[in-house]
Design a protein around this ligand. Structure first.
Ligand SMILES: [Zn+2]
Length: 553
């Protein structure tokens, strides 16, 4: 059966539908078809369905018109008759199944009759709804009609005649709902659905609406299939997790070795007071648990593991080696790394591994009222972008050594982590929507009047670094190329990883000068000003000169 489905965008549009106009249009069409021949029987069957789907509440509204022609002044007679013995019902049923028409004329030497394929149960001689159009077009004279039911036992024959007063019929057929009113049917599926499924549908809808309304080419699967590894489950780790869930990222692993303390819940958005008592719950696992309370369908895992840091005293080599191997495995299992820890040296190991495995790496770091969110360069590109360590010729060491407790704690304006986390996650979103991914060239914000260049993703430019300054409510973009002697991403360091793997990493962790020696950075430390390997404008760690260090508790 052919029909028309009209799906409306809003409930108001659905309610305002001019049903009289629809009926008038249908009448014109069906009446025209009825004038043709019996072969047009199929065209006399049809429907118009109007619908509105409230996908957020899972409520569906619909109303169906099955147009039926009738003459209010017609006189109809319908008399039950006995089916003649020479009528081969099985043969007629085969014919009906072959020609797939709602009704057709069957003529043999012995008889001539109309066969009506009744779609509904034959109740007390009431024929199915499509019979109305058949009778109006075919039964002006007395006509024998065989009503072919679903079973041959129920098949009956009638003699039908309808004397019409005019050739201009009226049309009826808007379906009644379950209350018996000629009104839309409302189906509320929400109570029938698993709440987890409801949550998933609703969360997916947030993303799908972006695609439907604004960005038809948005590749939602890039978010769904991304495997993201977060180093740090503190202020930034919590906010980045929430934002990733917002983009529909389903695979998130958090690594942190800390426990939730009483100072955390006001700043670290996944934790609560109860997480702090009795010494505090493990941060990584607790953050994952809380994230699952937000999105129970996501796969969020927390892993309490120490991130070995160069320059920090190694008391148990075997344990440190296990930690390194564990982190190597985690990096291997994920596509995207976020470096969100609270010191420069804790970012070194994941930065090195991310670079060696050519993962997408995003670093976010905070100052008191400033932040930096940057992506590390990708291998295989002509002019590789720098990493977090590219602009510092000093190998990372123990930055907490000889510091008092208050000096170890970086103080930040509360809003800065939200701004920084949002910038980092939106940077990832732009990367994921570019065909080249993280290999996409860095782009700067064009003037408002400029068209976006081919280097941009469908979400806009993909900067290398964004620095935000809350004191001026401004942010700026920077591009810095990779430093050939970088202690984290230089080719000599990558080569050492590929050749010696964990052995090299253990050496570099025990003695930070190893990385500097291998990368070549140590030779530059003799006279860093003369060597001038960096653009001071781009030096992330210049911030520390002003006592405005990018790190986070
Ligand atoms: Zn680097």
């Amino acid at each position: 059966m052919n029909g028309t489905l009209r799906l409306y965008n809003t409930l108001e549009d659905f309610k305002d539908v001019d049903k009289a106009q629809i009926m008038a249009n249908v009448k014109t069409q069906v009446t025209a078809n009825a004038q043709i021949t019996t072969d047009s029987a199929q065209s006399l069957l049809g429907f118009v369905m109007i619908a509105f789907a409230d996908l957020k509440k899972h409520k569906y509204y619909y109303h169906i018109l099955y147009p039926a022609l009738f003459d209010p002044h017609a006189v109809a007679t319908c008399i039950r008759e006995t089916i003649p013995g020479n009528v081969d019902l099985k043969q007629i049923r085969r014919t009906a199944m072959e020609n797939r028409r709602p009704w057709f004329r069957m003529t043999t030497e012995e008889y001539s009759m109309l066969v009506f394929v009744d779609p509904g149960p034959l109740l007390e001689g009431v024929l199915g709804w499509p019979a109305r159009n058949m009778i109006w077009t075919e039964c002006r004279d007395k006509t024998k009609v065989l009503c072919l039911a679903q079973t041959l036992n129920d098949t009956k024959m009638f003699s039908i005649q309808q004397k019409c007063a005019s050739d201009s019929p009226q049309v009826t057929g808007w379906e009644k709902n379950e209350t018996g009113a000629v009104a839309p049917t409302i189906v509320d599926l929400a109570p029938l659905m698993d709440p987890r499924r409801l949550a998933q549908e609703a969360a997916d809808l947030n993303i799908r609406l972006i695609k439907w309304r604004l960005l038809p080419d948005l590749d939602i699967d890039r978010f769904k299939t991304a495997k993201v590894l977060l180093f740090g489950a503190g202020t930034l780790g919590c906010n980045v997790t929430r934002l990733l869930l917002g983009w529909g990222v389903q695979n998130i692993t958090l690594v942190d070795n800390g426990r939730v303390s009483f100072s955390n819940p006001p700043r670290q958005s996944l934790f609560r007071f109860e997480d702090c008592v009795n010494g505090g719950r493990p941060k990584a696992e607790t953050a994952a648990l809380r994230a699952l309370e937000i999105d129970p369908n996501a796969k969020v895992v927390g892993i309490s593991t120490h991130i070995p840091m160069p320059g920090h005293v190694i008391t148990d080599k075997a344990t440190t080696r296990k930690d390194v191997e564990k982190i190597m495995k985690l990096v291997d299992e994920h596509d995207i790394l976020f470096l969100l820890t609270d010191s420069r040296e804790s970012r070194w190991l994941p930065a090195v591994l991310g670079s060696a495995a050519n993962k997408t790496v995003i670093t976010i770091a905070l100052g008191f009222d400033s932040y930096v969110a940057m992506r590390h360069g990708s291998g295989g590109t002509k002019e590789r972008l720098g990493c977090y360590f590219c602009h510092d010729i000093n190998a990372p060491g123990d930055s907490m050594k000889n510091r008092t407790l208050d000096q170890q704690c970086t103080v930040t304006r509360p809003g800065i982590s939200y701004l920084a986390a949002a910038t980092g996650v939106e940077l990832l979103a732009a990367i994921l929507q570019h065909p080249l991914g993280n290999a996409a060239p860095a782009t700067m914000t064009p003037n408002a009047t400029d068209a976006l260049s081919a280097d941009t993703s469908l979400l806009g430019v993909i900067p290398h670094q964004v620095r935000g300054y809350l004191s001026h409510f401004q942010n700026m973009q920077l591009i810095g190329e990779a430093f050939q002697y970088c202690t984290a991403c230089s080719s000599s360091i990558q080569q050492a990883i590929h050749t010696d793997g964990c052995d090299f990493l253990m050496k570099a962790l025990e003695d930070p000068s190893t990385a500097a020696l291998i990368s070549g950075a140590s030779s530059l430390q003799i006279d860093p000003i003369e060597a001038d390997p960096i653009d001071n404008e781009n030096d992330i760690n210049n911030e520390s000169d002003n006592g405005n260090e990018f790190c986070l508790l």
